[in-house]
Ligand binder design. Structure first.
Ligand code: C2O
Ligand code: CU
Ligand code: CU
Length: 470
């Protein structure tokens, strides 16, 4: 169960070296990239009806007959993919078979506040509820769903509860490209193959596992035809790992962000992907059949000292070339993204920490989360502009519920620089001692959460509430 024994206030320190037993614990790797199984739709045209349950499940993740108990949606790691279309109504019947309360939060989606799995609406152990919402036109994108109960979110996600939700468009300009989906998640196992609780260091810096999984498996092999162009959707579904990805030897362009396609493709060097963030890419290359290149995770400091494990690059997946495939065309213009325009409301949010007060260390504007306190009030349809500042002690990926925002400028300490392109996002990393300026509009009334998506920080109070009235 959930216990606060390992929360801050205990001695901090680097995680202990892995034991020799742990070093021998191996996960199978190098298998072909698994397709994420889809949730069965029992509705008809225009209507998605599906069933999800959250429950413990025993899996053979490590070699040698080692058993691991994870918490999973419908017994699957990652959870089943929900694929619906703009305009669809969605009905998800959910049962909680965990021994602690949970919710399902529809991360990034324009869902009514009372259907969005807020911590105010827990589903108790053994209970069920139905989530109902309609996907508006223009909402096509790569989203995900995960638990959001008060104080239990990090644990429920790092034990395995996360799944993806893809909303398809009627007029997708990249429909003709073959797709690969990469759901990245962290796994930490102890010497018995169990998923251990967080350490004090995890509660402070965010937890990273020893294994970065792709669709539930270690270092899969992704096929790519020589000369082929494929569309990748990539989800950072880890609880706390800020990823810096590189794909040396291949060409990649970013074509989409959290909330769907960009206005135009953008050439990429490396791809930063904060916890909760997604990207759509077009990947291509012209190596001969049989050659492989690595999708790499590069070291990234997050604004604070790294452990030796974090200073080494590692292979996330291998891209293996097959016979030539004619490359499909990528249009120079993907869609129109209108700028949100001048704001009616301006606010500043500062992520801060109070080391002297371990019980409420993680704060926004000096306050730790209180479900009974409304931090900001706003109105449906107003353009809000928020400056989000990271004051201590590391990067904090900012996330807002219920809508998508645009980054309009960034400030690394030497002044504001306008963002060179428009994109719809719901997560943006705010590097330590830097600031990011966003604009957004809420189109639905209700209580909206905003928080750091390092889930350990969120659980410890780096979260607030914006009550939006009609
Ligand atoms: Cu992805 Cu409030 O969370
Ligand atoms: Cu969210
Ligand atoms: Cu944080």
């Amino acid at each position: 169960g959930h216990d606060m024994a390992a929360m801050p206030g205990m001695a901090m320190g680097a995680p202990a070296d892995p034991s020799p037993v742990l070093k021998r614990l191996r996960l199978p790797s190098g298998r072909p990239l698994a397709t994420v199984p889809r949730l069965v739709n029992r509705g008809g045209a225009g209507r998605f009806v599906g069933t999800l349950s959250a429950a413990p499940v025993t899996l053979n993740l490590a070699e040698g007959g080692v058993k691991t108990t994870a918490w999973a949606y419908n017994g699957q790691l990652p959870g089943p993919a929900i694929v619906a279309r703009e305009g669809d109504s969605v009905e998800i019947v959910f049962t909680n078979r965990l021994n602690q309360p949970t919710t399902i939060h529809w991360h990034g989606m324009p869902v009514p506040a009372d259907q969005d799995g807020n911590p105010h609406d827990p589903v108790k152990p053994g209970e069920s509820r139905t989530y109902r919402f309609t996907l508006p036109k223009g909402s096509a994108g790569s989203y995900w769903y995960h638990p959001h109960p008060h104080g239990h979110t990090a644990e429920q996600v790092f034990r395995g509860l996360a799944g993806v939700f893809v909303v398809e468009a009627d007029d997708d300009p990249l429909r003709h490209l073959a797709e690969d989906w990469l759901v990245l998640s962290d796994l930490r196992l102890d010497e018995r193959g169990a998923i251990p609780a967080n350490t004090a260091a995890d509660w402070h810096d965010g937890r990273e596992g020893q294994f970065l999984l792709v669709n539930g498996a270690l270092r899969p092999v992704i096929a790519l035809g020589q000369g082929e162009r494929r569309r990748w959707r990539v989800w950072n579904a880890t609880s706390a790992r800020i990823l810096k990805l590189a794909l040396p030897g291949l060409e990649w362009q970013q074509v989409g962000s959290d909330g769907g396609l960009l206005g135009a493709p953008r050439a990429l060097d490396t791809l930063m992907l904060a916890p909760g963030e997604r990207a759509e890419l077009v990947v291509s290359g012209s190596l001969p059949a049989g050659k492989s290149v690595a999708l790499q995770s590069l070291p990234y400091t997050r604004g604070r000292a790294m452990t030796p494990e974090q200073t080494a690059a590692f292979t996330v997946a291998t891209v293996k070339f097959g016979p030539p495939v004619a490359g499909a065309a990528v249009p120079a213009q993907l869609r129109q993204i209108p700028a949100l325009g001048e704001p009616q409301v301006r606010r500043t949010l500062t992520f801060s920490e109070n080391m002297a007060d371990p019980a409420s260390m993680f704060r926004i504007n000096g306050q730790t989360f209180d479900m009974n306190r409304i931090d900001f009030t706003g109105r449906v349809g107003d353009i809000e502009e928020w400056d989000i500042v990271s004051e201590a002690h590391m990067d904090h990926p900012f996330h807002l519920h219920g809508t998508q925002f645009q980054v309009v400028a960034r400030n690394d300490g030497s002044g504001w620089v306008a963002e060179p392109f428009l994109a719809w996002r719901d997560v943006i990393n705010v590097p330590l001692r830097e600031a990011v300026r966003i604009r957004f509009r809420q189109d639905l009334p209700g209580m909206r959460m905003y928080h750091c998506h390092i889930l350990e920080h969120e659980d410890q109070g780096m979260m607030g509430q914006h009550r939006v009235s009609a």
